[in-house]
Ligand binder design. Sequence first.
Ligand code: BES
Ligand code: MN
Ligand code: ZN
Length: 497
Amino acid sequence: MTKLSEIAFARPGRAPSGTLIVLAGDDLRLGAIARSLGVEDVVKRAAAAASFKGKAMTTLDILAPAGVALDRLIVVGTGKPGDLKERDWARLGGAALGTLGRGRQATAVVERPDGKKTPASAAAGFALGAQLRSYVFDKYKKPAADDGNGDRQPSSLAIWSAEPADARKAWRAGEALAAGTALARDLVNEPPNILGPVEFAARAKELSALGVEVEVLTEKEMKALGMGALLGVAQGSVRPPRLVVLRWNGGKAKDQPVAFIGKGVVFDTGGISIKPAGGMEDMKGDMGGAAAVTGLMHTLAARKAKVNAIGVLGIVENMPDGAAQRPGDIVTAMSGKTIEIINTDAEGRLVLADCLHYVEERFKPRFMVNLATLTGAITVALGSQIAGLFSNDDALSNALAAAGEETGERVWRMPMGPEYDKLMDSRFADVKNAGGRQAGSITAAQFLRRFVKDTPWAHLDIAGTALDSPQTEINRSWSSGWGVRLLDRLVADKYEG
Ligand code: BES
Ligand code: MN
Ligand code: ZN
């Protein structure tokens, strides 16, 4: 839940009372609006006293500043203004909100401190960062005793910029993005007893209020479709699986849709190939891919994106049980390929195999992007900062990389090829579900590749980026909601209008 209830955009007025937030470059220069408010001298003095150098994302908190009517002046460093990238405006907003604290009100001046033209997207980007930073998942915690700071009250922010009308317009999309990201975070943060497959599907169904068409397939329907790979994973759980199809028709009727597919393992014990106990609680987040797709579809619908988009969620629970599948089992996927189960903990790819085939056959999309917390190995390769990108298509890969640079949700393309593909050959079936110890993320991707025909396809391995996320200016949550901003941008840049 985001705790920033109100964001308003306005033209700069006379010096406000209360709290003011301004930006300063690495030379401690302030922009024209901030200077007109008469805070330059007090910033210089306080900066010298605190050794504040205006480095990017550092803050200086000045209480009861001399010579002005303010109660509090917060300075956020931009670093060298010439180095400011589009994605940095959100980080500045997050840094500002983080210093402000919860339950506060403030006016923030959003402008380049070096006098150069502030980009039109800056104020809305700043608002987005503040909104994302204010997210907390505290619904299962009793409120702490009131400390008198109104800590559990929502905050509000007035943003002053040279072009408030443009900012307000950009914020319509930004607000949708903040809400979609918060939804993705919520779904991942929810405990697994509360969010089973049926409950997840019910949450996805709520998107119909935004005009999204929602279909929910039950076990029976998946059986009829021959989804033996997905169902093999589900059979060890008393909670039945669901396949959710979300459709946002914001484009022209004849426009070929774009498609997003998410791994939605609500809890991954590993199954019969059971995981060790340490850290297993993190596997409540093994539906981070499906959560991101849900958040993305929310965003596209809420901002009325001019695109036809499909979201498909494969939602199962992976449990050990008398009815669970075993290593050695051979299952038949919807595509007709047989799969030898080597390791029941390599379950995400089984779920995705059927989802990818289903989407390609039914929707013939322009491209398919799947998101999955697929392998621990991707965190060995890339850590928690960057997601692994695997693809059969250079144009789609480049578009994803560009959207990653713009939003800060970065991806790194990993190799694929026949040398790796053959590591997934099985002695007894068409393919096996786990390779050896080496190149674990790549062999997982090669497995998925075998269930895609010729549609441009990209697989994003988000096991590192989606859960137990790095704490940044714009995220203090266990779950980052990774992928919503990236894919919203991909759609906006490449496939809308
Ligand atoms: N859900 C896990 C991957 C994962 C690990 C996600 C850590 C988030 C954090 C996945 O289903 C899995 O268990 N993968 C195995 C594959 C192996 C058995 C071939 C892995 O990564 O060890
Ligand atoms: Mn697993
Ligand atoms: Zn898993």
